[in-house]
Design a binder for this molecule. Sequence first.
Ligand code: PEP
Length: 259
Amino acid sequence: MTNRLPLLAGNWKMHHDHLEAISVVQKLAWALRDAKISKESAQVAVLVPFTDIRSVQTLVQGDKLPLWYGAQDLSEHAEGAHTGDISGRFLQQLGCEFVVVGHSERRSDHHEDNALVGRKVRAALDHELTPILCVGESLTERENGEHVAFTLRQCEEALAEIDTPEELVIAYEPVWAIGTGKTATANDAHEMAQEIRGWLAQRYDSSVAESTRILYGGSVKPENVSEIMQSEHVDGALVGGASLDPDTFARLIAASVRL
Ligand code: PEP
């Protein structure tokens, strides 16, 4: 039995503009209330496009909703001549709790390597944001049986310069399962989460390994979440497609928490 609070984080990717965001977050809050999901049973977060953050902040803080929110990326820099980039300081000032770092879509669309991902983890921690560090293998590594070594190397390289992180979430997201409808088996998720926790204990110490939440991501749905979360090492899910509809996301959350 662990005392890590389950984290269910919805990654909206580039969906929902700032007006749609208000309606989705409001409906999510109502659905969670109806399902009797309290802050004590799970931490629920939405990771929204930058342009939605102010609207979500106003609603969550104004109505004291039991929800957290964050962004999907941040700059490695705190400020300066970096056209189009967003500083962790701006996110902190908007009340963000989380920021996704190293999502596979950013690694592929924007050629982000582990060194850059590591600098972004640093930037997040410098601004008191909890990084959700995404790691996970592609189909080739999985088929070659190299998925564990590949994923741990991503952790190693991204966290090489980070001494004892105050707050860290690691999301294991096999790339072949993201947005494809293919899900890793509960056993695959368990195996990798256990490997990552073992690696954290070696890289840091047992208290970092015990306190770091490890999520699974990749086509998680209301129908498969509870099986995936059976593992004592899987502390929640990073959810893309199934987080866009508030009722579906609330059903997924309700299925995941041990009420
Ligand atoms: C994700 O966006 O990180 C993700 C896991 O997406 P999906 O749930 O749609 O596979």
